[in-house]
Design a protein around this ligand. Structure first.
Ligand SMILES: [Ca+2]
Ligand SMILES: [Ca+2]
Length: 329
């Protein structure tokens, strides 16, 4: 008795990755030949592409040079420095310290990030805050949570050495999170004569990038100027020099060309050939097969991947079982 004819089905699955799982190489880069402020450039990139560029390594830096003109001018990157992105040492999470605050008061003109080097906060004149170079040595204020006390250590140390001391002998460098805490600290400092005293406020400079990712790669100019230098006092955005590819901080309100990127959705194509004695021309059978394949794919290690199956658009019923396709044995 002749065997029932086998039909074969070719399934092509397109698996599309979510944006957050994409490595940097699946991005497309764009040079925008218009001059805008950093904020305008950011809006433009977000509207027309994905965001301002993040530079993860020297290859991307080179790539940006290769798509832009060699002129003595600069283009914004997604790198910026947020002067209000402070954290308390004790909590290590973001704490917004705006320009005005009930009990945290910045001294006149602060935070000014002189020479792009001031990323730790000291109380100045015992009451007002000033961002200072973390390597400077000052007396410091520890907090002891066991007996809710504030301890002034008059021996001068760098901010991180002061932090280690407080963490070893007490709880941490002090926070100032309420009016009460502020008055206790004022009492502790009263009559001590200290000019600057470290508290627990600090920040990570130049992080994150506009698209909210972080990159440890930097390519700051080292000669003739050592950048970033905050030379004009409000240089919180980073531009790439189009001749040399090195970076410099500049005023965010200045107008520059800029680089955007587009996140490219990664697609993995999986081809499957199925053979069966069932009638593959039957829509019902096709649906069953498709459902089974879908569930087996989504249950595997591709759970991180947003799985989209376009099975039926790419479903080809092979006219006959060619040797290369479905021969048994
Ligand atoms: Ca300062
Ligand atoms: Ca500069």
């Amino acid at each position: 008795m002749p065997r029932m004819e086998e039909t074969c089905l070719l399934l092509i699955l397109l698996l599309s990755g979510g944006l957050s799982t994409l490595p940097p190489h699946s991005r497309e880069y764009h040079f925008v030949n218009q001059k805008m402020t950093w904020t305008e450039a950011q809006s433009y990139c977000r509207e027309h592409f994905t965001d301002l560029v993040t530079i993860y390594n020297s290859n991307i830096n080179q790539l940006l040079l290769s798509i832009s003109p060699r002129i003595d001018d600069s283009a914004w990157t997604g790198l910026h420095d947020d002067r209000y992105s402070w954290k308390w040492s004790m909590e290590e999470k973001a704490f917004y310290v705006g320009s005005t605050h009930e009990f945290l008061i910045w001294a006149n003109g602060q935070p000014d990030c002189v020479n792009a080097k001031e990323y730790c906060v000291a109380l100045q004149g015992q009451t007002e805050m000033n961002d200072r170079p973390c390597g400077d040595s000052y007396p410091f204020l520890c907090y002891n949570a066991k007996n809710t006390s504030y301890i002034l250590v008059k021996e001068s140390r760098s901010w991180s050495a002061a932090q280690s001391y407080c963490r070893t002998y007490h709880t941490d460098l002090t926070s100032i999170r309420s009016k009460e805490e502020k008055s206790n600290i004022t009492l502790t400092l009263n009559g001590s004569g200290v000019q600057y005293v470290w508290i627990g406020l600090y920040r990570d400079p130049w992080a994150p990038w506009s698209d909210n990712t972080t990159s440890t790669f930097t390519n700051w100019m080292s000669y003739p100027y050592k950048e970033p230098n905050n030379y004009y006092g409000s240089e919180d955005c980073a531009a790439l020099h189009l001749m040399s590819g090195v970076w410099a901080d500049g005023s965010c309100t200045g107008r520059d060309f800029f680089f955007c990127f587009t996140a490219v959705t990664k697609q993995t194509v999986v081809k499957m050939k199925l053979q069966s004695e069932a009638d593959m021309h039957s829509t019902e059978i096709q649906q069953q097969v498709s459902q089974q394949v879908s569930s087996s794919v989504t249950n595997t290690n591709l759970t991180q991947v947003q799985t989209m199956l376009h099975v039926f658009h790419h479903l080809h019923i092979l006219s006959s079982c060619q040797a290369s396709c479905c021969q048994k044995d």
